[in-house]
Design a protein around this ligand. Structure first.
Ligand SMILES: [Zn+2]
Length: 218
């Protein structure tokens, strides 16, 4: 069952008051409508009924998609992030009955969307993050293209990586399926075995794997 909280939002344009429902916990098996709302971003939009102005309201969301065996915890501030990590990494949480499936913690909407896109495409986000790192290294060192962020994305029906500089979308590099498969073969034995070490699968996670690997990475 999904859990919500109500808040009153005052429109910044016309000052009209709107009731906004924040869905703090979502289970798509009972509420499949949220699959679309979370992907479109509608979940975090408050639309003023008077003037149509859209206010973006981000809040902590525990999102569970049972048919994919996927749970994503989107945390929006430092405080809730620290609390969540402390709880999730505790021995108690880890000794509870075998949790099946994938559990990830994300701190930005971009990461949240990225995790969903990876899951929708049927890929393993751990291999995708490693492949993103390899692609990013190539883009930086061989193509000499500057960027400060990279995200798994889709363009013209192809999956790949989009590079950004100061928030602006730049080059898109299509993903080579064979390279993905090779990453799975080469790196899956190196993934951390404890689930608490796989809560955040991001650049830092990749770097930790690289550090623990004596062989040349690429
Ligand atoms: Zn308004």
């Amino acid at each position: 069952m999904s859990v919500s909280e109500k808040a009153t939002i005052i429109c910044s344009k016309c000052s009209a008051e709107t009731d906004f429902v924040a869905w703090k916990s979502i289970t798509t098996d009972t509420d499949p409508i949220f699959k679309e709302k979370v992907r479109s971003g509608e979940l975090y939009q408050c639309i003023c009924p008077k003037c149509g102005n859209v206010t973006i309201i981000e809040y902590d969301t525990l999102y569970s998609e049972v048919d994919k065996d996927l749970t994503i915890y989107f945390v929006t501030n430092k405080d809730s992030y620290e609390k969540a990590m402390e709880l999730l990494k505790s021995d108690e949480a880890n000794s509870e009955e075998e949790q099946s499936g994938v559990f990830r913690v994300v701190t930005t909407r971009a990461e949240f969307r990225e995790k969903l896109l990876i899951a929708d495409a049927g890929y393993d986000d751990r291999a995708i993050e490693i492949l993103k790192f390899i692609t990013a290294t190539h883009v930086k060192e061989v193509q000499k293209i500057k960027f400060d962020a990279a995200l798994f994305d889709m363009q013209n029906g192809k999956y790949g990586f989009r590079f950004f500089e100061t928030g602006k979308a730049g080059i898109f590099i299509p993903m080579v399926e064979d390279m993905y498969n090779q990453v799975v073969v080469d790196f899956s034995p190196k993934y951390p075995t404890e689930e608490k070490d796989n809560l955040e699968v991001n650049l830092n996670w990749v770097i930790n794997i690289v550090k623990g690997n004596n062989n040349s990475f690429i």
